[in-house]
Every structure is written in structure tokens, then in C-alpha cells.
Design a protein around this ligand. Structure first.
Ligand code: ZN
Length: 223
């Protein structure tokens, strides 16, 4: 089972990917995490990527693709994987397909998570992080016991610049521009499943399950 979880920042796809990867016993691959690991481990690719990150630039496709390809070709992904946050654009998607093709594999389903701008802004702009221990909070969904104070260490909380409503709007616009062609690409292949995330968790989980179910039905049809 090889899946892609695709969606804008703040839509909650990471949480869903984590859950499904446990249930289905497949690897959850977050390209952001892979990149951080490579940077921390000071691998050749990691050192190259670090230069871009430090300068606030997007890491080039080629570097990210190499990191992801290494991972999906490794033994731990033999049973399958969920790609979270990758591919981000059409050129990454094409390289991913040709990498898999060489190994006689393909992507089975692409789950496209969507939510209204209002819902996303509420989710992201409520995020708060502890200045000293890095613990995460949310003003609405997981607020600290004492306002603006970390439960664990008592330090002050802050909001990342990336999480200001004005910045979120820019991030969403960039996201939309980059990914419209990507969605179209997977839609034409007939493997796209749209998951509306405006509703509650239960509804979202049911929709994902239905998408997975349609996948095994498709396989049975072929047998
Ligand atoms: Zn703290």
C-alpha cells in the first residue's frame, strides 16, 4: 500500500497519516522530518539542504527527491508507506513515479485533504510554542492551564511568525499555485480521493477509510 497524503498547512494530514500508518503498519514518511534528520546528521545532502534552509529558501526538488527516494527504496518501506508533504509540485511527482516504476511499484492512492481558509487560519493561528522547552499548545484545542504559560516548565509561550494570519494567507496562496497542476495530474490517473476536513475527526476518518476500501475493491475487480 503506497499512499500520498496531500494538503495545505494546518489541514491535519500529518495527524491522519500517523494514525493510518500505525493501523496499516506502513511507514509514515514526512519529507520535512527526513530533511531535518539529514541536516542534523550532516550527510552530504543534509549539508547542501542546510544552506537553503538557513537562507529562508525552498530546498531544490532534486535534493528532496534524493532523500525521499533513498527512504522509499529502503527495506523498512517494503510493506508500503504514506508520503506526507511530498511531492509538492508536478516535477517532484514525475520523478517519484519514475523512481517507483524502476522498482516495479506505483502509488495506489492520493488523498487530497482540503479545508476552508477560515478553518485553516483558526487552526494555525492558535498555535503557541514554549520559548524554553518547545512544548506545543493551541489556544482553542489544547490551551495551557495558565494563560500564555507553559504547563511543563512555566516559561512564556510565543507564536511563530509563520503562524500569523497574514502569513498563513500567503502560505495558502503559494500552496494553491504550486499544487493545482499536481492535483490534476493524479486526478487524471484516477487515483485521487478528496477528503474534506471542515468537519469533525470522526467524519474525516470515515472518509479516509472509504478511500482505502475503494482501493481494495479496485484490486479485487482486477483479480
Ligand atoms: Zn516549556
Amino acid at each position: 500500500m503506497r499512499l500520498i497524503f496531500h494538503g495545505p498547512p494546518g489541514v491535519g494530514k500529518g495527524t491522519q497519516a500517523g494514525r493510518i500508518s500505525l493501523e496499516e503498519n506502513i511507514n509514515h514518511i514526512s519529507s520535512g522530518d527526513l530533511l531535518r534528520v539529514a541536516v542534523d546528521a550532516k550527510t552530504e545532502i543534509g549539508l547542501k539542504a542546510k544552506k537553503y534552509i538557513e537562507n529562508g529558501l525552498l530546498v531544490p526538488d532534486e535534493l528532496i527527491v534524493n532523500i525521499v527516494a533513498d527512504k522509499i527504496n529502503s527495506a523498512e518501506c517494503e510493506k508500503g508507506f504514506i508520503l506526507d508533504g511530498f511531492p509538492r509540485n508536478l516535477s517532484q511527482a514525475r520523478v517519484l513515479d519514475s523512481t517507483l516504476e524502476k522498482a516495479g511499484k506505483k502509488i495506489d492512492r492520493v488523498f487530497s485533504f482540503t479545508a476552508s481558509e477560515e478553518v485553516i487560519i483558526t487552526r494555525i493561528s492558535g498555535r503557541r510554542i514554549c520559548k524554553s522547552c518547545g512544548a506545543h499548545y493551541h489556544e482553542i484545542f489544547s490551551s495551557p492551564l495558565k494563560e500564555n504559560t507553559c504547563d511543563k516548565c512555566g516559561s512564556e509561550l510565543f507564536q511563530r511568525k509563520d503562524d500569523y494570519p497574514e502569513t498563513i494567507k500567503v502560505r495558502l496562496k503559494v500552496y494553491k499555485e504550486q499544487t493545482e497542476t499536481l492535483i490534476d495530474y493524479y486526478n487524471k490517473k484516477g487515483i485521487l480521493v478528496e477528503i474534506n476536513c471542515n468537519g469533525d475527526k470522526k467524519e474525516i476518518q470515515e472518509n479516509i477509510l472509504a478511500g482505502l476500501q475503494s482501493m481494495s475493491e479496485g484490486k479485487r475487480d482486477m483479480e
